[in-house]
Design a protein around this ligand. Structure first.
Ligand code: EPS
Length: 385
């Protein structure tokens, strides 16, 4: 696993920091590229007041010189603009008032209850500050470096929203994956079908008016992949496993599918497996269908990768569900805090970022080298189409 990354930072703390280790030297990189993807993560209908405050920008602290990566760890910093409103509550130094904005009622569906038990806290804020999906801003920032790396080899990763609540977009991706984000980003809910878009917006409005929240399904696609990323040779090198782990690590994700996914379990084998044919010149194997989602046996087939992730509705409800007060021991309504009604469009951008990190890691494992020059030579020698 050549590529590793770490993030740190609380939602209302000073900011988020991240380190990406394992990127080769010689990749052209500027903060504006990272910022463009951070801005994409902030779009989306259904977000709350916080997104009006933040204008995420990445500061590159290390690992880049004169616009090119050095092969050393890349350090990033994203400031929280909201920090100025939380300096006392989130003070690093001892001696302040610890009861400021303390939270005593855990929100069902969040990490709150398990967190206070696990770490021995009495203030749920100690949990929610880190369990918050604010952290995904740094994952998107780090992943945009992986994305830039993949683009150098003609690999594009994009995403779209397939459903929000019970509203589904039935359309197919029947165009190059490199166009997916341009099309999806043009929609406030990042879906492809205009009719579905309208119904999704209405579903979000209705849920919001009812003080409720909505989840949905996002689809990530990657095009331009060579045959042979990942391996069947050992369990921890199987690409489906790495993808599922990455996507399940995203806040609120409760299910992951590759290709047909759960639908494959309902069909017969003849309706699931992608038959193999010779290309016209008999130099390459070709498939006319892509029900596998571009991976079989832990290895990319060379077809577009297609994975989906199911996000549950956000756990902070304006009309709260029932919970308990940890201090008074009474029954209580769950804590209410400024929140989003729906963050599924954002989850799509984060999911594609996590997939980019997995693919860059698998690509480096196969074509590895210390510099872009070396990796490009390895890739040119073995393009694996
Ligand atoms: C989040 C709660 C909201 C979201 C936040 C995730 O923040 P706040 O508590 O400050 O209103 O806006 O998402 C982000 C800050 C972000 O950048 O995506 C939560 O509890 O997970």
């Amino acid at each position: 696993m050549p590529l590793r990354y770490l993030t740190a930072g609380e939602s209302h703390g000073r900011g988020l920091v991240g380190i990406l280790e394992g990127m080769p030297a010689g990749l052209a990189l500027e903060a504006a590229y990272i910022d463009a993807h951070l801005a994409r993560r902030q779009m989306g209908y259904g977000r709350g007041g916080r997104m009006k405050i933040e204008r995420d920008k990445a500061e590159i602290l290390s690992g880049v010189r004169h616009g090119k990566t050095l092969g050393s760890p890349i350090g990033l910093l994203v400031h929280n603009r909201d920090w100025k409103n939380w300096e006392e509550v989130m003070a690093v130094e001892a001696g302040g008032d610890e009861s400021l904005r303390a939270v005593r009622v855990p929100r069902p569906g969040h990490a709150d209850m398990q967190g206070v038990v696990k770490y021995g806290f009495s203030d749920v804020r100690n949990v929610l500050e880190r369990a918050s999906a604010r952290e995904t801003a740094m994952r998107v920032a780090l992943a945009s470096i992986a994305r830039k790396f993949l683009e150098e080899f003609g690999i594009h990763v994009g995403s779209r929203v397939v459903s929000i609540g019970d509203v589904r977009d039935e359309s197919e991706i029947n165009f190059p994956v490199s166009e997916l984000n341009t099309r999806a980003d043009a929609s406030p809910v990042r879906c492809l079908d205009k009719g579905a878009e309208k119904r999704m917006v209405k579903a979000i409005d209705d849920a919001g008016e009812a003080g409720d929240t909505l989840g949905g399904v996002v689809e990530v696609a990657a095009g331009g992949l060579p045959v042979g990323l990942g391996s069947y040779a050992h369990w921890d090198r199987r690409l489906e496993g790495a993808l599922a782990q990455a996507l399940m690590s995203l806040n609120a994700i409760k299910g992951v599918e590759v290709g047909l996914g759960f639908e494959a379990a309902r069909r017969r084998g003849s309706e699931v497996h992608d038959e193999i044919f010779w290309s016209g010149d008999k130099t390459r194997a070709e498939r006319k269908t892509n029900r596998s989602g571009g991976v079989d046996g832990g290895v990319t087939t060379g077809q577009p990768l297609v994975v989906r992730a199911a996000m549950k509705p956000i756990a902070t409800l304006m009309r709260p569900v029932r919970s308990i007060n940890l201090e008074t021991k009474e029954e209580a309504e769950a804590h209410v805090e400024r929140s989003d009604v729906c963050a599924v469009p954002t989850a799509g951008v984060v999911a594609e970022s996590l997939v980019a990190l997995v693919l860059a890691d698998a690509f480096l494992e196969k074509y590895g080298g210390d510099s872009m020059e070396e990796i490009k030579a390895h890739h040119a020698a073995r393009p694996h189409k």
